[in-house]
Design a protein around this ligand. Structure first.
Ligand SMILES: [Zn+2]
Ligand SMILES: [Zn+2]
Length: 196
């Protein structure tokens, strides 16, 4: 794996700006990969061994994706909409997995690590660079049972919604009132058709 400064610069470029989230995300990804024994996660053969669950759609998510190479479209990046600055790194080959959570205390601690910088955002950015993984994260070894329907590879499961006829892939259909339904039919959708 490339060094921290190189990864940070590349990640910031891909993301669009350098921000505290890039520093957090790059460090999280480097530590996560180290813990599960992957040193070149973004290239073959290791790219097929890694799944990352991210629990927020924020700046750090892009950095994690950039450093590790995981992507939504490869099914190696899983978005769990928890609103928590956390990510879990899973080695599919060994089953080793670690969940890394960004400590809320790191925001206040930034003052100690870079007190000379008055701008809050720049201070956080610089402080996060200087802080250790212990300062920044709480880390827990975990077990993640990745279901077959969530694994990368060709589509293995298809169902048809009994209400609207939509094909639903990867076991994302639901059973409600003795019917197989797509989620929009079962729970309602985030969109409403425009009425003309
Ligand atoms: Zn950002
Ligand atoms: Zn439906």
């Amino acid at each position: 794996m490339k060094d921290f400064e190189t990864l940070l610069a590349q990640s910031a470029q891909a993301h669009g700006h350098l921000c505290p989230g890039q520093v957090i995300g790059v460090k999280m990804a480097m530590e996560g990969c180290r813990l599960i024994g992957l040193d070149e996660p973004s290239t073959l053969p290791q790219i097929k061994k890694l799944i990352v669950y991210v629990e927020m759609d924020r700046c750090a998510t892009d950095a994690i994706s950039h450093v590790t190479g995981v992507k939504l479209g490869r099914r190696s990046l899983k978005f769990i909409d928890n609103g928590i600055m956390a990510a879990t790194f899973v080695n599919l080959e060994t089953g080793k997995a670690f969940r890394i959570v960004s400590k809320e205390s790191s925001r206040e601690d930034a003052m100690q690590f870079a007190p000379q910088i008055s701008d809050k955002r720049l201070r956080q950015l610089e402080a996060y660079k200087r802080m250790t993984t212990d300062d920044l994260f709480s880390i827990q070894e975990v077990i993640v049972d990745v279901p077959a329907c969530d694994m990368p590879g060709p589509t293995r499961f298809k169902a048809v919604c009994e209400q609207c006829g939509q094909v639903v892939r990867d076991k994302k259909e639901v059973y409600k009132n003795n019917q197989t339904l797509c989620k929009p039919c079962a729970f309602g959708s985030y969109y409403q058709p425009v009425k003309h």
